[in-house]
Design a protein around this ligand. Structure first.
Ligand SMILES: [Zn+2]
Length: 330
């Protein structure tokens, strides 16, 4: 699977739902081959702030099945059991899909499986990092209060559980921030958005060439005094465009463009050195960065620790995947 990042949304050239979804890694090494990371496409060191020790690969975690199990805090038998359970769940899903011809129901089954099983058998259910490099313990004890009612990251099921996803870090550091899955949590989202008629949902969405000019964009000034729920789309570009088209709500863009945008200088991603952006704007930012920038525009005090945690996840994932790839070559 090939991924790239474009202005706050992760893009995956997504073959088919089922083939990518039910593919089960036979081993951590194979997993890394089947899911090349955007982060792997750059060999640039993570940052000037990263120590020499931290810039080392994480080979010790995957050097052997025993080391891998130890890094997971599991026995070899436990690792095997979990892999077998996952294989079984995939077989069950395949059987259910073979007997189901209703498109909506098939979609629901796939979403439900992804929600329960994640994208990989050994990832943290909270931050979606590989377990040996989980960053949950690095999150601050107290979450930051946000300057709006809620932040909802509306996530396509194929992105759910992705180790390179950055939006999954935000609920660890921000209050009233959650990820919901399109196809599984539609009712939850509807309830949230309709709970209070004075709520103003706003979609974080770039005001770029793809716009047909008919969208209603608002500025930060327009939102002052309103009970805003900020919605961010998470998926490939194609998925995100389809997802956003379902919502009638005004959009909020971080950068200049057509009238109605917030005409601020284009943001530069702190994660840029870790990413391939060959088909995206130079100033691509990840979902977490886009959300934080939007919240800062609404009044959130600048706090570098939020994106430092995001960066830590991205960096750890890159190092971990890099070493997994080395392992696969041996
Ligand atoms: Zn975690």
């Amino acid at each position: 699977m090939y991924t790239m990042v474009r202005y706050g949304w992760t893009f995956e050239l997504y073959a088919t739902v089922c083939t990518s979804f039910v593919s089960l890694p036979k081993s951590p090494q194979r997993s890394s081959v089947k899911q090349p990371s955007t982060l792997l496409l750059s060999s640039t060191p993570s940052s000037n702030q990263t120590s020499d020790v931290e810039s080392d690969s994480l080979s010790h975690t995957v050097g052997s099945p025993e080391k891998y199990a130890a890094a997971l805090g599991m026995t070899l038998e436990q690792v095997q059991i979990r892999k077998e359970l996952r294989e079984e769940s995939v077989r069950e899903l395949q059987e259910q899909l073979e007997g189901t011809f209703d498109g909506k129901e098939r979609h629901r089954l796939i979403c439900q499986h992804r929600f329960k099983q994640g994208k990989h058998p050994f990832t943290c259910p909270k931050c979606w990092s590989y377990q040996p490099v989980c960053i949950c313990g690095d999150a601050p004890g107290k979450k930051k209060t946000i300057p709006c009612e809620q932040v909802i990251i509306w996530t396509h099921h194929s992105e759910w559980g992705s180790q390179s996803n950055t939006g999954s870090v935000l609920p660890l550091v921000l209050e009233n921030t959650r990820l919901l899955m399109k196809g599984l949590h539609d009712g939850n989202l509807e309830s949230i958005l309709n709970a209070d008629p004075t709520i103003q949902p706003v979609i974080l969405w770039p005001n770029v060439n793809f716009s047909n000019g008919n969208e209603n964009y608002v500025t930060f000034d327009d939102l002052v005094g309103k009970k805003v729920i900020l919605l961010a789309m998470e998926g490939t570009w194609r998925q995100a465009r389809r997802m956003v088209s379902k919502f009638p709500y005004p959009r909020l863009s971080l950068t200049g463009g057509d009238s109605g945008s917030n005409n601020v200088p284009p943001p530069i991603s702190i994660l840029a050195p870790l990413r391939c952006q060959k088909d995206g704007p130079k100033h691509s930012v990840c979902t977490a960065e886009a959300v934080v920038m939007a919240l800062e525009g609404m009044g959130l005090d600048q706090d570098p620790s939020i994106l430092e945690l995001v960066k830590r996840k991205v960096d750890q994932t890159r190092r971990y995947r890099g070493k997994l790839n080395l392992g696969a070559k041996q």
